[in-house]
Design a binder for this molecule. Structure first.
Ligand SMILES: Cc1cc2nc3c(=O)[nH]c(=O)nc-3n(C[C@H](O)[C@H](O)[C@H](O)COP(=O)(O)O)c2cc1C
Length: 199
């Protein structure tokens, strides 16, 4: 991806030059009520699986549901009311879980969530590259998701993700329309330190 989108150009000012794909990924909420192909959906998981992980343990697992299948309502029901408001059109909802112990020796992996977070970002960047929105969601009933999806206790339930094509901003409520733009970040001087912790 060579170009920044117009809205990203207007709203995001990197301090150093980076790949435009990274800046073009943002969590839009307006999603079209339109199917996406299995080919595209699977390419997102393909991107995710190439993330690095401690001892190449690959702790990430993805449970998905497509709109107009028997699973979608169940997934939608996990969401908080405020997330339901903008997720209602999403053609795909995903629950991302993470295996807490290594498969090799069943020892706890201190980095399992870190690894699964890297996989999530790969998924989101690939979605951006192929023109899709992938919006991460922490606001859902984790216990209910675990119970209904029969997720074993040796997996952490991490996040849900709404995936689909970008919709019109005007399709959102007034309140959400005001938040429908790529947001900024703290400056590097607030997050980067040389030598020791000194902020
Ligand atoms: C773990 C996690 C949980 C989040 N939960 C929600 C959520 O419940 N609802 C929502 O609308 N956005 C949620 N977000 C999106 C964040 O608000 C968003 O990523 C953040 O503001 C940075 O903006 P950007 O993703 O557009 O760059 C979540 C993001 C992450 C990484």
């Amino acid at each position: 991806m060579k170009e920044l989108s117009k809205e990203v150009k207007e709203n995001r000012k990197p301090e150093y030059e980076i790949n435009p794909l990274i800046l073009n990924r943002w969590s839009a909420r307006s999603i079209k009520d339109e199917e996406i192909s299995d080919e595209k959906l699977m390419s997102l998981f393909e991107a995710a699986k190439w993330a690095p992980s401690s001892r190449n343990g690959q702790p990430w697992r993805f449970i998905y549901s497509k709109k107009n299948t028997k699973y979608w309502d169940t997934f939608f029901d996990f969401l908080t009311d405020s997330n339901k408001m903008w997720c209602k059109n999403a053609p795909v909802l995903i629950v991302i879980i993470s295996r807490k112990n290594f498969e090799q020796d069943n020892q706890f992996s201190r980095n399992h969530s870190f690894d699964t977070g890297a996989a999530w970002e790969n998924l989101a960047l690939e979605a951006t590259r192929i023109g899709l929105v992938a919006h991460p969601i922490g606001g859902f009933n984790v216990d209910k998701a675990r119970r209904i999806l029969e997720i074993p206790n040796d997996y952490e339930v991490e996040i849900m993700v709404a995936v689909g094509k970008r919709g019109e901003k005007e399709a959102l409520s007034e309140n959400l329309q005001q938040r429908e733009f790529p947001n900024g970040r703290k400056p590097l001087k607030e997050i980067v330190m040389e030598g020791k912790f000194n902020i």
